[in-house]
Design a protein around this ligand. Structure first.
Ligand code: MIC
Ligand code: SF4
Length: 666
């Protein structure tokens, strides 16, 4: 057991239920929550459905508007209005569009060492760079935390990541550390783990650099990542004018860890993730000889959009020009960063070199504009490069440090930044600008909240209602997919589909749209005939984003079970939250035996599920081939007692409502 570690101490202090043994269910008190607009509209509709009169988080809750900021018609701005007014009604901070990307702003403005944060975005662990336990979850879990419920999860293993060495080599930066982690451990290497970074090497990293690492720990599938809160953390809080929010939080000298990873900083070199997965990592050096021509370079996103990142890029570009064939796009992470670079001349250097400066928002990272050209190559300082996510299906997206991005922008090819000459080392400004609250609405005083009228545009539709787990599931396999399927495959984002996030009826038409365009319609046809739809998946099913729409929309289409080899953490919870059975093959080789169009029957599913959870019995599934051949396979569930209750009730909202009814009758 990982006693004495930073993560252990924070969890222990917030524990309200369970034993802190890896794999066992725990519940922790949540001090802060964050939502963003793409997941937030659903989260607040769910929060409203819970019937509480104000937000109950002891520290604070923030609603950010940063994802869907392109206003092509009424839908996104209507969502912004809903979020602004619902936030003002319930005592929530509202970060208006243009104020910045949730994780960057949260780090600057609200993160506090030793506290817990739950966010409806998978990159919530960014705040771990400032010594918080910050976890990404589905909107419904965040809504429940806002209503005062603890957060339930399985106790992860705590892994020590020891950074050895005093300094990073020239032209190597924090992004290369996390790319090295991804190269070694892959996109499923962090499942049910917390990575705690320690060792001499952490002293080489400022808080924004640490946050690059904890941010992209999400790509490892980790529950979260964390750095101790030390004098460098204090230094960041001082520069932010928030030293009162700092506390020291270090691991005990005899802290025990469940596992260990060692990274020697001296041995690192600039790395790059090739299309289409963040773990497809190679040294930039290896690609240099291949003369890969670059069409677009984008710098920004919650991973690398801090002052340090943009200043570094500006220093590299200063007095030079972006290559003729490249479009360089820069999205500063927050208003504070934008104003700071505007005032000290950094912005002028970027503009002079030919950068296109865009809004401080997620933008191109989620395909909300700035798509690359057909078959284009885009080098980005982002964290995800899944196929099609950029908005161009046949584009190839590479992920790299701001330094490597700048090198590509100058030369027009994927280029090792070490070939650029003298390395750049920037220092943080002595004092960051006092936070500009022009786009941040603090919680309204109680008396004023009543006067707020919540605005709901016509695209904001109420949540569909779902029934409980039936006695028998009779269904049909409508899609079979491979390993590491992302929630971007299941429920794509992008400028066309994102505005439908508040309308489950409409967005569900796009489930698996770019994998199998006919899937949604076939599922709806099944639903009309009273047949459930079943999905078959491989390992790490549902990795990537926290979007609960990847469970909610399939559930609306009539999906009642996913049978996979294994699941990613957040999606697994989202499936339980919406009453979809996450079944795992007892014998993974059975995956080969099931195909699209097979008929599936899970008889006595309530009874079987109970016996599986209580006695470890397998759940028997009958498979009938179109030829008429019929056989049985064994499956199981890897769920906690609470997830069992959610599944039986048909989802978390039903579960909460049932609980409320029971409390009333008692
Ligand atoms: C992402 O990076 O994929 C997103 C968009 O931020 C998602 C949330 C969403 O789909 O709204 C995430 O990371 O959770
Ligand atoms: Fe926004 Fe991209 Fe970060 Fe997701 S990964 S929060 S879309 S910047």
């Amino acid at each position: 057991m990982a006693k004495g570690t930073v993560a252990w101490k924070i969890i222990k202090e917030h524990l309200v239920h369970g034993e802190m043994e890896p794999g066992k269910e725990i519940a922790i008190r949540i001090d802060q929550t964050l939502t963003q607009d793409a997941t937030g509209t659903m989260a607040y509709l769910e929060f409203e459905a819970m019937g509480v009169d104000e937000v109950k988080t002891p520290d604070l809750s923030v609603s950010y508007i940063d994802h869907n900021t392109l206003q092509l018609d009424f839908r996104n701005p209507d969502d912004h209005e809903y979020l602004r007014t619902v936030g003002m009604k319930y005592g929530i901070w509202v970060s208006k569009p243009g104020n910045g990307i949730c994780h960057q702003v949260h780090l600057e403005r609200f993160a506090k060492p030793g506290k817990t944060l739950l966010g409806s975005d998978s990159h919530t662990p960014t705040a771990g760079g400032a010594g918080m336990i910050a976890i990404g979850a589905g909107g419904l879990d965040v809504a429940a935390a806002m209503a005062g419920e603890p957060f339930y999860t399985k106790m992860p293993k705590i892994v020590k990541v020891e950074l050895r060495g005093k300094q990073l080599p020239p032209w190597v930066s924090a992004k290369d550390i996390i790319l090295e982690m991804l190269r070694r451990l892959t996109v499923k290497g962090g499942l049910m783990k917390i990575f705690e970074y320690v060792g001499e090497g952490i002293k080489a990293l400022s808080v924004p650099e640490r946050a690059t690492i904890t941010n992209m720990g999400a790509e490892l599938g980790a529950t979260t990542s964390i750095f101790p809160s030390d004098e460098l953390t204090l230094d960041f809080f001082r520069r932010q004018g928030r030293e009162q929010d700092w506390i020291e939080l270090l691991p005990d000298p005899d802290a025990e860890y469940d596992e260990e990873v060692i990274i020697n900083l001296d041995e690192l070199e600039p790395l790059i993730a090739q299309p289409h997965s963040p773990d497809n990592v190679v040294p930039v050096r290896e690609l240099q000889g291949k003369r890969i021509k670059v069409n677009q370079v984008v710098i920004g996103s919650c991973t690398n959009s801090s002052y340090r990142d943009l200043k570094t890029v500006a220093e590299i570009l200063k007095g030079k020009k972006v290559h003729r064939d490249v479009s360089l796009i820069i999205a500063p992470g927050s208003r504070q960063v934008l104003e700071q670079i505007a005032r000290d001349g950094t912005l002028a250097d970027l503009i002079n070199a030919g950068a296109r400066i865009i809004e401080t928002a997620c933008g191109p990272c989620i395909g909300m504009g700035w798509a690359p050209p057909s078959k284009g190559i885009s080098v980005r300082s982002f964290n995800r490069n899944f196929k099609g996510r950029s908005g161009t299906l046949d584009a190839g997206v590479y992920l790299a440090s701001p330094e490597t991005c700048a090198a590509a922008a100058l030369t027009g090819y994927i280029t090792d930044p070490r070939t650029l000459g003298e390395p750049i080392r920037v220092t943080l400004p002595e004092k960051f600008l006092p936070y500009n609250d022009a786009l941040l609405i603090p919680p309204l005083p109680k008396g004023e909240r009543e006067k707020v009228e919540i605005r709901r545009g016509p695209n904001i539709k109420p949540l569909p209602e779902f029934d409980e787990m039936p006695e028998t599931i009779k269904g049909k396999v409508e899609i079979k997919v491979g390993d590491n399927i992302t929630t971007d495959h299941i429920m794509p984002a992008g400028a066309k589909i994102l505005p439908l996030r508040s309308n489950i009826y409409e967005i569900s038409k796009y489930v698996y749209h770019y994998v199998d365009e006919g899937f949604a319609q076939r599922a709806l046809n099944n639903k009309e005939q009273g047949i459930a739809t079943v999905i078959v998946g491989g390992e790490n099913y549902g990795q990537g984003s926290s979007r609960e729409h990847a469970a909610l929309a399939p559930r609306y289409l009539g999906v009642r079970a996913v049978i996979a080899k294994s699941f990613a953490r957040i999606h697994h919870q989202n499936l339980c939250n919406f009453g979809i059975l996450p079944l795992e093959f007892v014998n993974p080789a059975d995956y080969e035996k099931i195909d699209q169009n097979d008929e599936i029957e899970i008889p006595n599913v309530r009874e079987q599920l109970t016996a599986c959870v209580k006695e470890g019995k397998p759940i028997k599934v009958t498979v009938k081939k179109p030829s008429g051949d019929t056989f049985e396979i064994e499956t199981t569930v890897n769920i906690t007692p609470r997830q069992y209750e959610l599944l039986m009730a048909g989802g978390l909202l039903n579960y909460i409502k049932n609980k409320q009814k029971q409390e009333k009758t008692n």
